[in-house]
Ligand binder design. Structure first.
Ligand code: HEM
Length: 496
């Protein structure tokens, strides 16, 4: 019997007999030291290694380190559903220890004990802040206050296309950097309450980009590199992480203070047009520090995720001219000649656009593994996973399984359009798709990031056609999934 057959049997046996946990075994899997012997071992493409191991051991496996730090992996939708459900009341997402430590030992003592922000905190302290922040990040009226400026950023990006193109209409090798600039400019609206001038290369934007870049690189070195001495005394990557983190903290602190002073001196606050910083500053249960830390967390969570989602969406569209045309027809019908600003009503009616982004995220989920920590010994897939274990939920392979999605390998956005006759009877397993996470711990800014992405797609494809003439991407995976080749799209005017 193959591993899949065995795993189905084991799962139903555990379910029907209600076996007590103590009779169950831990999932099988290799030792950490053996990983290098796998044929697909490539530190740059961890998702392929997990796939290899899963072929050998089945959809539930562990990578054994020692009893306390083994990692557990799931890639069966029903197991993942169970894992999300049993952790739903107190969802703990282990976060990078190096990042947490930077805050815990912050020299200026900015971080009060336990108040480390929604990205790395959990339990009551996490919920104290998260429950207040999401009121505003989910509120359509508040999100709409950013739309005109996000639209301006999208229009500025479109203007840049002309200056970036070479004689063959190709984007430059570093086009990904341009997408990072776009993402930073957008999150700057939230966190700094202003445009930072990234496209023009303002001094502020250069420093902020450099700091954000260094932070991501240093986290990667601290967490994935071999040298863990930073746990005991700061080493070079940890110092870089700490210095750049503190630079951004001070920058945001000053912007939030400016915002606070303005609010304090304003006699007549228009509650309907408050942005997120203002709304949070006026939330009695939050301190000014809470607001600053949240805005800092936004910077870390927003740039790569949004820029990479945009990159893969452009790639999918470039390879699917049929859907590019459908998208452009929709844009012509809904947005028209592009002279006027985008409005919430335009965004509401962009159904093909939305389906395209969803489908790109299915095939290229930026957060290719997501993590939860077990709260107690738990039965998953007929195995026991011990209390306190880190469980990696592998969404990427599930998207490619026919049992979860019909014609799984193909880019077919219609599968996301409700009532579409073509896809009505297709397999569509919602627990095999969670690009923004799950439940109360899911992405707090999902709607905001979607608005950014729809705005840029609307502006880009109204004017241009995109083509991909390079070889196919074979994405890499570190902290996130990202393209392995320079994004040299060929971009031509739609109406030359
Ligand atoms: C397409 C873009 C984005 C994707 C795919 C994405 C994805 C995710 C995922 C997978 C999580 C973890 C969810 C979980 O553990 O269940 C997350 C959390 C988070 N995201 Fe996003 N994100 C995006 C954009 C953004 C943006 C633009 C911001 C800020 C402006 C942001 C802020 C956050 C924060 C603060 C958290 C932590 C939430 C918590 O732990 O309560 N994200 N995001």
């Amino acid at each position: 019997m193959n591993t899949n057959g065995l795993s189905v049997l084991r799962r139903s046996f555990a379910a029907t007999t209600g076996l007590q946990l103590r009779y169950l075994k831990q999932p099988p899997g290799p030792n950490f030291e053996d990983l290098q012997n796998y044929p697909n071992f490539d530190p740059e493409r961890q998702h392929l290694l997990w796939e290899d191991i899963s072929k050998k051991y089945g959809p539930v496996f562990q990578v054994k380190n020692n009893a306390d730090s083994s990692m557990y992996f799931l890639s069966d939708a029903s197991d993942i559903q169970k894992m999300f459900n049993i952790t739903a009341k107190n969802p703990i997402r282990p976060f990078f220890d190096s990042f947490k430590l930077v805050r815990e030992i912050n020299e200026s003592k900015f971080f009060d004990e336990e108040k480390l922000g929604i990205l790395c905190q959990h339990g009551d302290e996490w919920w104290r802040v998260r429950s207040k922040v999401q009121v505003h990040t989910n509120k359509l009226q508040t999100i709409a206050t950013y739309l005109p400026k996000m639209d301006d950023i999208a229009k500025d990006f479109v203007k840049r296309i002309d200056t970036l193109r070479n004689a063959e209409n190709e984007m430059p090798e570093n086009f990904m950097k341009e997408l990072y600039k776009w993402a930073l400019e957008n999150v700057g609206l939230l966190s700094f309450n202003k445009r930072i001038g990234g496209f023009e290369g303002s001094e502020d934007s250069k420093h902020i980009t450099e700091a954000a870049d260094m932070i991501m690189k240093s986290i990667h070195e601290c967490e994935m590199g071999g040298d863990k001495s930073w746990m005991y005394a700061p080493n070079a990557p940890f110092r870089a992480l700490s210095e750049n983190h503190d630079y951004l903290l001070r920058y945001i602190e000053s912007e939030v203070s400016t915002c606070y002073e303005k609010l304090k001196n304003c006699n007549n606050v228009n509650m309907k047009s408050l942005n997120i910083i203002e709304s949070l500053l006026l939330t009695p249960e939050l301190t000014r520090k809470d607001v600053i830390i949240t805005m800092l967390d936004f910077i870390f969570a927003a740039i790569d995720t949004t820029a990479l989602t945009m990159a893969f969406t452009l790639y999918c569209l470039s390879n699917n001219p049929k859907y590019q045309m459908k998208l452009q027809q929709e844009l012509d019908n809904v947005v028209g000649d592009s002279e006027q600003n985008l409005t919430p009503s335009h965004i509401r009616n962009l159904s093909i656009t939305k389906a395209i982004v969803k489908e790109s995220l299915r095939l290229y989920p930026i957060a290719y593994v997501q993590v939860r920590q077990t709260l107690e010994d738990s039965e998953i897939g007929g195995f026991i996973i011990p209390k306190g274990a880190q469980v990696m939920l592998r969404q990427q392979p599930m998207a490619k399984e026919e049992t979860n999605f019909s014609r799984a390998e193909e880019f077919i956005p219609e599968r996301w359009i409700r009532g579409n006759p073509m896809t009505k009877d297709w397999n569509h397993n919602m627990f095999a798709y969670f690009p923004f996470g799950f439940g109360t711990r899911s992405c707090v800014a999902r709607r905001i990031s979607e608005q950014e992405i729809y705005s840029l797609i609307a502006r880009l494809f109204h004017k241009y056609n995109f083509e991909w003439k390079q070889k196919s991407l074979n994405p890499k995976s570190h902290l996130q999934l990202y393209p392995d080749l320079p994004l040299k799209f060929t971009v031509k005017e739609r109406f030359p």
